[in-house]
Design a protein around this ligand. Structure first.
Ligand SMILES: NC(=O)c1ccc[n+]([C@@H]2O[C@H](COP(=O)([O-])OP(=O)(O)OC[C@H]3O[C@@H](n4cnc5c(N)ncnc54)[C@H](OP(=O)(O)O)[C@@H]3O)[C@@H](O)[C@H]2O)c1
Length: 198
């Protein structure tokens, strides 16, 4: 059965972007360092796949997902991935109001909430996992009890400012179970199971 898995690169002080993230620089000022794990051990130039073992493992898992859910800010800042995040899998973009122009390629806007968005993604994923992108949508999933796992790339930097992954969360009793910890060059890959409080 499909799991909803958040993939996110994060600084040690909890930021997923530097300040002033936007369409020109999706990870904000100095935020590109968060994606160093994709390059630091070397990269296959054709596939952009990291060469180091842990990086390749996480990259392969990410690329094996059968659908993507993205918040509209992530989608916009990434140029909508030109309509194809990977392998033509469907992309569900959560927004309160869809733009007039249709979403490009394999993307579609979802305006009736996170539960519907997850249900549509699961129906389309063919039993494969669902890749979740964006802090606001991750928080929405967490609040709704719809986030199954988190794959965090913990980068050894302090950004000090930017978008925090969990900054808007109220106190709750979510418990995380560490499923896997992999050491890559300049990164720790941490996979957690999310146990929402009932
Ligand atoms: N470090 C990393 O690995 C990584 C990975 C992915 C993304 N990012 C970065 O993270 C930033 C985006 O994260 P973010 O948290 O600011 O934004 P986000 O989660 O990508 O998108 C937020 C938007 O999603 C829509 N939304 C959220 N909850 C909704 C709900 N319940 N119902 C309807 N629509 C809802 C709203 O769109 P509308 O305003 O249109 O209604 C909201 O403005 C980007 O800069 C991106 O580049 C970093």
């Amino acid at each position: 059965m499909s799991k909803v898995v958040l993939y996110m690169s994060m600084s040690v002080d909890g930021f997923i972007t530097g300040p002033d993230d936007g369409m020109d620089h999706g990870l904000g000022v100095n935020g590109e360092r968060l994606h160093d794990w994709l390059r630091s051990g070397g990269v296959d130039p054709r596939s952009h796949r990291p060469v180091d073992g842990p990086g390749a493992t996480v990259f392969d898992e990410l690329m094996a997902t059968g659908a993507v859910i993205a918040g509209r800010r992530t989608f916009a800042n990434a140029g909508g991935w030109a309509g194809d995040h990977h392998d033509g899998v469907p992309i569900f973009v959560l927004t309160h109001a869809a733009p007039d122009e249709p979403a490009p390629g394999h993307a579609r806007y979802v305006t009736d909430g996170i539960e519907s968005c997850v249900a549509q993604a699961k129906a389309a994923a063919g039993g494969r996992d669902i890749l979740l992108h964006g802090a606001a949508v991750a928080q929405e999933c967490l609040r709704a009890g719809l986030l199954d796992e988190m794959e965090l790339q913990l980068m050894p930097v302090l950004l000090g400012q930017g978008r925090r992954l969990f900054e808007d969360m109220p106190p709750d009793h979510t418990e995380l179970q560490l499923l896997r910890a992999l050491d890559g060059p300049g990164v720790q890959h941490l996979r957690y199971r999310v146990r929402s409080a009932g």
